[in-house]
Ligand binder design. Structure first.
Ligand SMILES: Cc1cc2nc3c(=O)[nH]c(=O)nc-3n(C[C@H](O)[C@H](O)[C@H](O)COP(=O)(O)O)c2cc1C
Length: 171
C-alpha cells in the first residue's frame, strides 16, 4: 500500500474477534518494522513481547479493564530498558522516545497488513510489571492488541484532526 494511504487508514480499533488470531508470520513482519525503527545512537533498547499462551493472554488482559480489550486475541507489549537507552549530558534518557517510534512503526505496519491495533497507555503498570517480571530498569509505556474486528463491525468513528494550517508553521 502507498505509505500515505497506510497513514490515512490507520486508526484505533476497539473491537476484536477473540477467535481470529493473527498468523505468526504476519506478526513477525509487523515486529520487523519495529525492529527497523530508529533509536538514539542505534541502541535499540526495546523488547517486543507477544502473548502466545492462553495464560499470558489472560494475565495481560487483566492489566487493562476495557471490555473490548478482553476480546483481543493477541497483545503486543513494547518494553524497554532505561539502562540500555542513550542518556544526554543533561540527564534526558531516550527510552520513551525510542519505544514510541518503534510502536508507531509497528501500528503502521499492522495497518498495512490489515491488522487492527490500539495504542494503550492507560493499563495498570504495576500489574503488568508483575506479569512480565520486569527488572527495575525496565519499563512499558504502551501495549496494543493485534487482531481483526468481529464480523459485521462497522468502524465509522474515525477521529478528526486539526487542519494543517492550525498546526504547521513556516518561519
Ligand atoms: C500515548 C497514547 C496513549 C493512548 N492510550 C490509550 C488508551 O489507554 N486507551 C485507548 O483506548 N486508546 C488510547 N490511545 C488511542 C488514542 O485515543 C487515539 O490514537 C486517538 O484518539 C486518535 O484516534 P485514532 O488512533 O483512531 O486516529 C492512546 C494513544 C496514544 C498516542
Amino acid at each position: 500500500m502507498d505509505f500515505y494511504d497506510v497513514v490515512k487508514i490507520r486508526h484505533s480499533l476497539r473491537n476484536y474477534d477473540p477467535n481470529r488470531k493473527v498468523p505468526r508470520e504476519v506478526i513477525e513482519r509487523i515486529l520487523n518494522a519495529g525492529r527497523l525503527a530508529p533509536s538514539a545512537v542505534n541502541n535499540q533498547p526495546w523488547r517486543f513481547i507477544v502473548t502466545d499462551s492462553e495464560k499470558a493472554l489472560k494475565d495481560v488482559h487483566s492489566c487493562y479493564h476495557a471490555s473490548w480489550f478482553q476480546d483481543a486475541p493477541n497483545v503486543l507489549i513494547v518494553a524497554g530498558d532505561y539502562d540500555k537507552a542513550w542518556v544526554r549530558g543533561d540527564g534526558y534518557n531516550s527510552l520513551e522516545t525510542d519505544l514510541a517510534i518503534a510502536m508507531d512503526h509497528i501500528i503502521l505496519a499492522a495497518a498495512n497488513e490489515g491488522v487492527g491495533t490500539c495504542w494503550i497507555a492507560a493499563f495498570n503498570p504495576f500489574a503488568l510489571r508483575k506479569v512480565l517480571k520486569l527488572k527495575a530498569s525496565e519499563q512499558v509505556f504502551t501495549i496494543t492488541p493485534l487482531g481483526y474486528p468481529k464480523e459485521g463491525f462497522k468502524d465509522d468513528k474515525r477521529r478528526s484532526r486539526k487542519p494543517l494550517d492550525d498546526v504547521a508553521e513556516w518561519i
